[in-house]
Design a protein around this ligand. Structure first.
Ligand SMILES: Nc1ncnc2c1ncn2[C@@H]1O[C@H](COP(=O)(O)OP(=O)(O)O)[C@@H](O)[C@H]1O
Ligand SMILES: [Mg+2]
Length: 138
């Protein structure tokens, strides 16, 4: 477990970049945090750490999943609008997960999925002074 305090978007990206450098295909990162806490910013940092242009990363709120490629493939899920487990199952994640790294915004909605076993969890909390407390497990 590691814990960080981030005072800026830039710092959050750096924390995520360091995590990204240690990820490999098949890894799943579940990201928890309220709207505006910095989940998408965190994914931008992950992309950077994976050798992917962070400018490709945008919130896939209307598409459910985006796929970015560079030195690695990054699958980016945003489950904000997912209401039923079947919608998640329909994506067939296990069929392609081996090919890249999966980052999931609103990770709590994926916890029951078989492919979320052994995932890395990132909790982002906004502090009263508008910083972010970032906890990474394990
Ligand atoms: N320390 C910080 N880390 C991440 N984002 C921050 C931080 N401080 C302010 N922000 C701002 O918070 C917003 C986070 O947006 P976003 O990543 O889209 O949130 P989410 O995906 O969780 O809804 C951005 O506008 C970003 O500039
Ligand atoms: Mg987002």
């Amino acid at each position: 477990m590691s814990e960080f305090i981030s005072s800026s978007e830039k710092e959050t990206k750096e924390i995520a970049e360091n995590l990204g450098k240690n990820l490999k295909a098949g890894d799943v990162v579940l990201i928890y945090g309220a709207l505006g806490s910095g989940k998408t910013i965190f994914v931008k940092g992950l992309a950077r750490g994976l050798g992917i242009d962070e400018n490709l990363v945008s919130s896939p709120t209307f598409t459910i999943m985006n796929i970015y490629s560079g030195e690695n493939l990054l699958f980016h899920l945003d489950l904000y609008r997912i209401e039923h487990e079947e919608e998640l199952n329909a994506l067939g994640i296990e069929d392609f997960l081996d090919m890249g790294i999966l980052a999931v915004e609103w990770g709590e909605k994926a916890e029951d999925a078989p492919w979320a076993n052994n995932s890395i969890k990132v909790f982002i909390d906004q502090t009263p002074d508008d910083k972010r407390k970032i906890r990474i497990e394990p």
